[in-house]
Design a protein around this ligand. Sequence first.
Ligand code: HEM
Length: 157
Amino acid sequence: MNPLNDVDFLSVVLRWFHIVGAVVAVGGAVFIRFVLLPSAASLPEEPRKKFRAEVSRRYAKLYMASLGILFITGFANYFMYAMPRHQGQGAYHGVIGVKIMLAIGVAFIGSALVGRAAAFEGIRKRAPYWLAINILLAFVIFALAGIARQIPDSIGP
Ligand code: HEM
């Protein structure tokens, strides 16, 4: 019997998109915080402002797309696969619940950083600080995902 017949390819595709979304959203933030911003700091003010605006304009599209993919695949994965597999397991749903709340925090801070709303100018003015916070939250999300993955299913095979 070919073991590939038992593979649920929709679940594989959802997980693939979820991980790619996380790589783009968090990898981009790490690159901007620890490589791009420090490198741009040596530029004179006018070219630096122009360069950051150009980066922000391009990264905003990529960032918002990866956030969209993360939330859509996350909830699809949760309702279609994780909830049925972890019925009645408060610990599992608690871990995912905290993960979702942190994800909303990451999405809010990230959108404020790449956005242009005047209300969040204060956040953009302290971009290195808020980017570091966002990366830290994302790393906690990764840890929670790892814990969730280790919690055995509540229903039999
Ligand atoms: C910033 C946003 C997010 C990041 C960086 C993120 C990251 C991750 C990562 C790296 C995994 C592990 C993938 C694996 O090994 O299978 C994962 C799993 C998961 N994520 Fe997310 N995620 C985010 C948002 C969400 C949201 C909003 C939901 C909505 C419910 C969600 C639901 C899940 C579920 C159900 C799993 C599978 C856990 C399990 O193995 O039982 N994620 N996430």
